[in-house]
Ligand binder design. Structure first.
Ligand SMILES: Nc1nc2c(ncn2[C@@H]2O[C@H](COP(=O)(O)OP(=O)(O)OP(=O)(O)O)[C@@H](O)[C@H]2O)c(=O)[nH]1
Ligand SMILES: [Mg+2]
Length: 440
């Protein structure tokens, strides 16, 4: 729809000036890194980075973020280079974006918009497209107002609704209707995925999710381990839609390995929210394999960023196996050695050459030994001891009392799962459960 194309706004042929703001005690290398990454993001969005600028902030100007003098210099530079866009590594408030745009006379885009733009380009499935549209519309909503400010300025006294305001109301209502519809559709997607996961869980297959910074090598690893042919490339956010494949593990049944969207520093909040349906594959898995690009100069910052996003998803407590990837590259040697000290179980690998993959599979198999199995059981009255054990050792997600017993959905450790096997039920439809109640 129209609104979407407006935020997916960067023209493939345009060039841009990149800007990072440097806070008073922020070291130079940090700003330099931020700009490097922004340049990579910009390239991934199909826009050429013509120049990079650092603006030192003494205080943040609520109207322009940067100082007026700095803004004037940037405007001059953008004009000189014929840049169609100025891209900020910061998130700009709607007012800042608008003010800077007026000042520069060229389009002003922030980091979030660049990421949204890349996601919009990459989305292939209807699930991916819905999620990115949701994120874009939510980004756009508070920015709608500005398109009508000129009308509002003409309208005069308080309480006089100008034509602009009426149009704005219409736009906003249309947008809210669309947002409602997308949210409903995504809820259906979520339920479908949940159903799929339950089906797999019933087969007893462990579910393992690859997580990691974008470009760490997750897709390459999935391909290598499963013989899949997922698109892998040296660009940010190559993967958007989750892919699940079976992998063989030593000494235990195969597991299902899911490759999904990569993480990044300052991943926009509403993007994380919008991608819930996809990211539930991570939240609901038995084990995470954190793929680390050991050859990256800022590997520690990347690991920290991944942990931040995991916490945001509510997956901070999940068991994690670490894979130190790209060890075929000489730059990785020192990092891998250092990280090996803080993460003693981390496995050095190369998804490209295949080195270390047997050790990684052994580590995954080992970590899965004490995984919890999702189960639905009906415990008759008189099995109070088992009920107490589930409460103690398991994680209960649903519990319903009937007259003759109790129905529980929980994740339980393997030994308890075995003890409960005789009481396991499939998902009993609500009606049958009610029927049982009335029969008694
Ligand atoms: N040298 C080397 N390069 C690797 C290795 N694994 C992956 N790469 C390269 O790293 C780049 C990114 O790989 P992907 O598998 O697409 O990374 P990803 O983690 O799936 O990235 P996103 O989908 O963007 O999150 C590609 O150019 C790969 O060829 C490795 O072990 N060694
Ligand atoms: Mg990928």
């Amino acid at each position: 729809m129209e609104e979407t194309s407006r935020t997916a706004s960067m023209d493939a042929r345009e060039g841009a000036v990149l800007v990072a703001a440097q806070r008073p005690r922020e070291p130079d290398w940090e700003v330099g890194d931020a700009l490097d990454e922004l340049a990579q993001l910009t390239e991934s969005a199909g826009v050429a980075a013509l120049d990079r600028r650092i603006c030192r902030l003494r205080r943040t100007d609520p109207a322009y973020l940067i100082g007026r003098g700095q803004a004037a210099e940037l405007a001059e530079r953008a004009r000189e280079l014929g840049a169609a866009t100025v891209i900020f590594d910061e998130d700009l408030s709607p007012a800042q974006g608008r003010n800077l745009e007026d000042l520069f006379g060229v389009r002003v885009v922030d980091r979030t918009q660049v990421i949204l733009d890349i996601f919009a380009r990459r989305a292939r499935t209807s699930e991916g497209r819905l999620q990115i549209e949701l994120a874009q519309l939510e980004y756009l909503r508070p920015r709608l107002r500005h398109r009508w400010t000129h009308f509002e300025q003409q309208k005069g006294g308080i309480g006089l609704k100008g034509p602009g305001e009426r149009q704005l109301e219409l736009d906003r209502r249309r947008l809210d209707l669309r947002l409602d519809r997308i949210r409903r559709e995504l809820e259906q997607v979520r339920l479908r995925r949940e159903e799929l996961r339950r089906g797999r869980a019933r087969h007893g297959w462990a579910q393992v999710a690859l997580v990691g910074y974008t470009n760490a090598g997750k897709s390459t690893l999935l391909n290598r381990l499963s013989g899949a042919r997922v698109y892998a490339d040296d660009r940010l956010f190559a993967t958007l839609d989750p892919t699940t494949r079976r992998i063989e593990l030593p000494g235990r049944p195969p597991a299902l390995l899911t490759d999904t969207v990569g993480f990044i520093r300052k991943l926009p909040h509403h993007l994380v929210d919008a991608f819930r349906a996809t990211l539930e594959e991570v939240v609901e898995s038995d084990l995470l394999v954190h793929v680390v690009d050991a050859a990256h100069p800022r590997v520690d910052a990347q690991i920290a960023a991944v942990q931040t996003v995991l916490a945001e998803l509510g997956a901070a407590e999940k068991p994690v196996a670490h894979a130190l990837n790209k060890t075929d590259r000489p730059e990785a040697a020192a990092n891998a050695r250092r990280l090996g000290e803080t993460l003693p179980r981390a496995v050095p690998i190369s998804a490209i050459t295949g080195a270390g993959l047997d050790a990684l599979c052994a580590e995954i198999a080992d970590a899965l030994k004490d995984r919890r199995t999702p189960m639905t059981v009906f415990l008759p009255l008189g099995e109070g001891a088992l009920l107490a054990q589930i409460r103690r050792e398991g994680r209960i997600s649903d519990i319903r009392y009937a007259e003759d017993g109790v129905r529980i959905e929980a994740r339980v450790p393997p030994a308890l799962a075995a003890a409960l096997a005789g009481y396991a039920i499939g998902r009993i439809p609500e009606r049958r459960l009610d029927a049982r109640r009335t029969e008694d």
